[in-house]
Design a protein. Structure first.
Length: 134
């Protein structure tokens, strides 16, 4: 299992992003099933479509949203399913300076060892139970 972060997904769908090429490589590994299922938390979906609308346009944001929701390799996780665990992580990881969405990602990743997270966000580095990809 690998949990998808918005920094990874935005880079993947924005050719102008500095991490675009690295994101394509991670995508290929996800499609190949290297980590099993990829989890897309509702919080992350909200961030991704919002950022893509702001940086690119509404049509791109809608298209990416539809693609993510239809992808066979991706399992959509409603926010309510992990809300209390995310709140606990948000409360406990004081030194990490995580957003609430990032805390939800961390708590989801920690369900399985080694807790893979597809991200370009340095806030995940060094967290116990989290392995950053790439």
């Amino acid at each position: 299992m690998i949990v998808l972060d918005s920094s990874y997904l935005v880079a993947l769908h924005n050719e102008g992003d500095v991490h675009h090429e690295a994101a394509l490589e991670v995508r290929d590994r996800i499609v190949a099933g290297e980590w099993g299922v990829a989890l897309l938390l509702e919080y992350v979906f909200l961030e991704v479509v919002t950022v893509l609308r702001m940086r690119l346009n509404l049509d791109v944001a809608l298209g990416v949203g539809e693609t993510l929701l239809r992808a066979r390799e991706v399992e959509f996780v409603p926010s309510s399913a992990g809300f209390m665990k995310a709140l606990e992580t948000f409360r406990m990881e004081r030194d990490a300076d995580l957003s609430f969405a990032d805390a939800a990602i961390v708590s989801a990743a920690r369900r399985e060892s080694p807790g893979y997270v597809a991200t370009f966000d340095s806030d995940f580095s060094g967290l116990l139970g989290v392995t950053v990809v790439p």
